[in-house]
Design a protein around this ligand. Structure first.
Ligand SMILES: Nc1nc2c(ncn2[C@@H]2O[C@H](COP(=O)(O)OP(=O)(O)OP(=O)(O)O)[C@@H](O)[C@H]2O)c(=O)[nH]1
Ligand SMILES: [Mg+2]
Length: 338
């Protein structure tokens, strides 16, 4: 790892250096079938222009029934150990694993949650802000697969729709013969597709597929983080451009010449630079007033027309000084990894 990219902490282990896009487990239940990073992501990584992505921790939560092997899976990946004795997780626990992806440092904070019902309310408090959700079940216990839908629902409830990459992971692969595993996987793949999840089968005991799974989780989360960062910057750039184009010249025109020439111009009082929206679904002129003044008909300027939110949508408080906020022209959505 290049010293200039190292934000903090110990160096990244060789296993966590990802140079090419990690492959799926099965194409039948995969989140991405492409074999390369998104071209915008590759270009940003090459330019070392990924903003704060390298400094942030991306959250992964692992959920599922008790005894399915969540802790064992995480410990195999982060510590390369396996303990055959069962020690129930109480509440939650987490590990941090550092990666270098396409030359950029990247860290995953992996949350291990308790499967026992009595700890569920503690664990669920940590579901929020998950960039990836791993829903684990025991390949040798079909009931645990049935319960994954509920686990996922609980985890998704705490997150923005579409913001988390979902994985359905069958554990204890070593306990099944090849044929039995293939049979169990038929139902798992079907369910994974229903959940819009990527399916994996792993063994914490032998280590089979454990590193590959987490590399895939890290790469997908990383790609999404970089795309979000690029989108955020693009939106900020457009906002800036719009302000320059629309607000500055109009403000100058709206001010009396005496003020504009003799005094530094007071800052116009605008509610987020947004135009008010009429109840009928039309647009209203954007009233610009100097600080301390009530907005009135003069001086007023007309801003270009813009689309309108339905009443009760994202519209905010409306009084003499604060206009409703319309999302146009910027409507940042959590960007999806394509
Ligand atoms: N054979 C085999 N046993 C496993 C594997 N993974 C976990 N186990 C065993 O399964 C038992 C439960 O594992 P844990 O990792 O503690 O399960 P958990 O899902 O974290 O359980 P809770 O913390 O109660 O939610 C332990 O005895 C493990 O040794 C595996 O891949 N193969
Ligand atoms: Mg545990």
């Amino acid at each position: 790892m290049r010293a200039s990219l190292k934000p903090w902490g110990p160096p990244v282990s060789r296993d966590c250096v990802i140079t090419s896009f990690p492959k799926w487990y099965t194409p039948e239940a995969s989140l991405q079938l492409k074999e390369h990073f998104h071209e915008k992501v590759s270009a940003a990584c090459e330019r070392r222009d990924t903003g704060t992505v390298g400094l942030r921790l991306s959250k992964v939560v692992v959920v599922g029934d008790l005894y399915v092997g969540k802790t064992s899976l995480i410990h195999r990946f982060c510590k390369n150990v396996f303990d055959r004795d069962y020690k129930a997780t109480i509440g939650v626990d987490f590990e941090i694993e550092r990666f270098e992806i396409a030359g950029v440092p990247y860290s995953l904070q992996i949350w291990d949650t308790a499967g026992q019902e009595k700890f569920k309310c503690i664990a669920s408090a940590y579901y929020r802000g998950a960039q990836a959700i791993i829903t684990a079940f025991d390949l040798s216990d079909v009931q645990t697969l049935d319960h994954t839908r509920q686990w996922l629902e609980d985890a998704l409830r705490e997150n923005e729709p579409g913001a988390s990459a979902i994985f359905l992971v069958g554990t204890k692969k070593d306990l099944l013969s090849g044929a039995a595993c293939a049979q169990a996987e038929v139902e798992a793949v079907r369910l994974a597709n229903e959940m819009h999840a990527e399916y994996w089968a792993v063994s914490a005991k032998t280590g089979e597929n454990v590193r590959a799974l987490f590399s895939r989780v890290a790469a997908l989360a990383f790609e999404q983080s970089v795309l979000q960062e690029l989108e955020r910057r693009r939106s900020n750039g457009r906002l800036q451009e719009w302000k320059e184009r629309c607000l500055k010249p109009r403000r100058a025109r709206a001010l009396p010449a005496r003020t504009a020439v003799n005094h530094p111009a007071p800052v116009p009082h605008l509610a987020h630079g947004a135009a008010p929206v009429t109840q009928e679904g039309g647009t209203e002129p954007l009233h610009v007033c100097e600080q301390g003044q009530r907005p009135g008909p003069a001086p007023s300027i007309h801003c270009s027309a813009r689309p309108v939110l339905p009443r009760g949508g994202a519209a905010g408080h409306h009084d003499n000084h604060h206009h409703q906020r319309a999302p146009w022209p910027f409507n940042p959505k959590p960007s999806q990894a394509p």
